[in-house]
Design a protein. Structure first.
Length: 274
């Protein structure tokens, strides 16, 4: 798949095929309210507000996060997900790097078929995969459609983080339930991915704690603590909302090869050239 088509797909095709015209909204993620008319490739599409009845549960009483697809739940703009009046506590070098990346959007690793990392998502849908039997589940997975069809693995068996981790795109995640909230603790990230499309940075010292709460059947809230002393002067909490996709929507096969190139090297015009 050529990268130009991937970029177009991310910005245009995602509307009719997946998110059906998600609009910017509360919490820096995607709006969980009713969707108005959307001009999706010439089609006007309306989708009802997500259901507000209580969230479903598995036979053991655990909240069921995996009974459908989710859209949103991560930042298009990390700063907009902070409490009102707060700003990102970036260290000076981080502010300079962010200012530089804003001028070079084509450098976003996502446009080169690389993972988005945590907590970033796109308008493409994603899904929790939970297993339940007579025994306590040992793993939980998050499947991302996106351009690169990636997944996250969360260990639910009580293990600790290994003492010496090789940095990776999604890090090493361990999870637990605190009441009806799924808590995911992750370390061992690399510093290559951008937090959002603006280029908000981090370092390999990044430690995240996600708190996923399904407040209604159709609304899932992700309150994530970002702790990265290499890039930020203090920990901070960003909050994002995800909405349940309509029944019948499924993940689509969608692949992009690592280091696909656009521009002259890819054989076509650079999509951000002026």
């Amino acid at each position: 798949m050529r990268m130009l088509l991937a970029v177009v797909a991310a910005g245009v095709l995602s509307a009719p095929l997946f998110a059906q015209g998600i609009v910017s909204g509360q919490g820096g993620g995607e709006d969980v309210g009713a969707l108005g008319p959307v001009n999706a490739l010439g089609q006007e599409i309306r989708r009802a507000a997500p259901p507000t009845d209580p969230p479903p549960r598995l036979p053991d009483g655990t909240i069921n996060l995996g009974d459908g697809l989710w859209i949103g739940g991560g930042p298009g703009d990390m700063a907009s997900a902070l409490p009102k009046g707060e700003s990102l506590p970036l260290l000076p070098w981080g502010e300079a790097l962010l200012d530089d990346r804003v001028k070079r959007p084509a450098d976003d690793p996502y446009y080169w078929c690389l993972p988005m990392g945590v907590p970033r998502v796109t308008p493409y849908p994603w899904r929790f995969v939970q297993n339940y039997t007579h025994a306590k589940p040992t793993h939980l997975f998050i499947l991302h459609e996106a351009i690169i069809h990636t997944y996250r693995q969360i260990f639910m068996d009580g293990r600790a983080h290994p003492p010496d981790l090789d940095p990776t795109w999604f890090g090493h995640s361990i999870g637990r339930w605190e009441g009806d909230t799924l808590v995911i603790d992750t370390v061992g990230y690399n510093d290559k991915f951008w937090f959002d499309r603006k280029g908000t940075p981090h370092t390999e010292q990044l430690h995240t704690v996600e708190r996923w709460t399904r407040v209604t059947r159709g609304t899932l809230v992700n309150a994530i603590t970002i702790d990265d002393p290499g890039a930020y002067s203090r920990p901070f909490v960003a909050t994002f909302n995800a909405r349940l996709a309509p029944a019948g929507d499924e993940l689509m096969e969608n692949f992009c090869q690592e280091n696909n190139q656009f521009g002259t090297a890819g054989g076509h015009t650079h999509p951000f050239a002026r």
